[in-house]
Design a protein around this ligand. Structure first.
Ligand code: SF4
Length: 347
């Protein structure tokens, strides 16, 4: 006789995946978690760098969820394969550059491959019908099951009663009666269930699980693609889009300007790959130049760097410039006036 059935739960770190896994765990199923790292994840990155987010717990919520459940968590790096999902989403984007439906299909497909390799029986997600306009609708649920190849092995414990029974229910691995019928955008049923299970202090993601749902982030990504004439990215590119103030004074270069010590330190790690500037006469930001800056544009870049330093009102500010070619020079400049920076330069 086969031991307890085994399910893998997609763990984002949010409340829904926590509850979905718990509901199945309570039915005597052996549950392990899987968390996919795409590079766009909000978790533990900028809020670990910036001072204003210091109050937020510096935890990886997926690990925290696994700890609450007492389950093993498999963190899987899908950075490379995920690029095609972001660049060519078959089902298009949501409100920003978030390819949520393709993303869900892809992650469930990866989970299906994982259960085949690891001899698990089925997959759990925390999806709820109507929770998200693009990816969690009644008509998209079958699309995810079908296109991922998971079909009847994909169980959504929080809304299963509103869907056709799946293999785990039909085979009696889980009791359908003990599953849920949550629907819509309200979070009340989830919060009530969390209370019932005694979960407190869970993560409440506002928009989604990744930066692609963020309008400003998506704008910066679209700008980067346009400037390079190519819809490609490397991990470093998408990391840098999360950090600093981004200004594009010319179509062929933009400036990434540290907004505080934490960001300056983070950017410092990238300085050798970029022409970079910093002020020496006053405290100021570290600035990376992304793109190809011409010799005669260094003055402008130095003036902008000075503008964001503590010398913004000084007559002269010394700025050190290190080019990609390995040259270093010092320019004494007058900081550019705030009103001389057009709004459209800010990304
Ligand atoms: S918010 Fe991001 S990680 Fe979540 S489904 Fe959408 S694209 Fe995927």
């Amino acid at each position: 006789m086969k031991d307890a059935r085994k399910a893998v739960a997609l763990i984002s770190g949010g409340l829904d995946s926590l509850l979905a896994a718990k509901v199945i765990q309570q039915q005597g199923v052996h549950v392990e978690g899987i968390n996919f790292y795409t590079g766009f994840c909000v978790e533990g990155h900028t809020h670990a760098i910036r001072k204003k987010d210091r109050a937020k717990p510096k935890r990886n919520n997926a690990l925290w969820v696994a700890e609450q459940l007492g389950i093993k968590l498999h963190i899987v790096d899908i950075i490379e394969e995920y690029k095609d999902v972001v660049i060519n989403p078959k089902h298009g984007y949501g409100a920003n550059l978030n390819p949520c439906l393709d993303c869900k299909v892809f992650m469930v497909q990866k989970a299906r491959e994982w259960i085949e390799k690891n001899d698990f029986d089925f997959i759990i997600t925390g999806e709820v019908i109507g929770q998200r306009p693009k990816s969690q609708r009644k008509d998209t649920m079958p699309v995810i099951a079908r296109e991922s190849g998971a079909d009847q092995l994909l169980l959504r414990p929080l809304c299963a009663k509103n869907l056709e029974p799946t293999t785990p229910e039909l085979e009696g691995w889980v009791d359908r009666e003990k599953l849920h019928d949550f629907e819509g955008r309200t979070r009340k049923p989830q919060m009530a269930l969390a209370k019932q299970f005694g979960f407190e202090d869970y993560a409440q993601p506002a928009g989604g699980c990744c930066f692609l749902t963020d309008a400003q982030y998506s704008h910066k990504l679209a700008d980067m693609w346009k400037a390079r004439g190519d819809r490609k990215y490397e991990l470093d590119d998408i990391m840098l889009l999360k950090v600093g103030r981004h200004l594009r004074p010319r179509s062929h270069f933009k400036m990434i300007i540290g907004r505080e010590d934490g960001e300056n330190k983070f950017l410092h790690g990238y300085r050798k790959q970029y022409t970079h500037l910093f002020t020496t006469s006053h405290k100021g930001p570290l600035v990376l130049i992304d793109g190809k800056i011409e010799e005669d544009e260094l003055e402008l870049a130095a003036q902008i760097t000075a503008r964001f330093s503590q010398g913004r009102n000084a007559d002269k500010v010394d700025v050190e410039i290190h080019t990609l070619a390995g040259e270093s020079l010092v320019r004494q400049v007058t900081p550019i006036a705030g009103e001389a920076i057009p709004r459209e330069w800010y990304l």
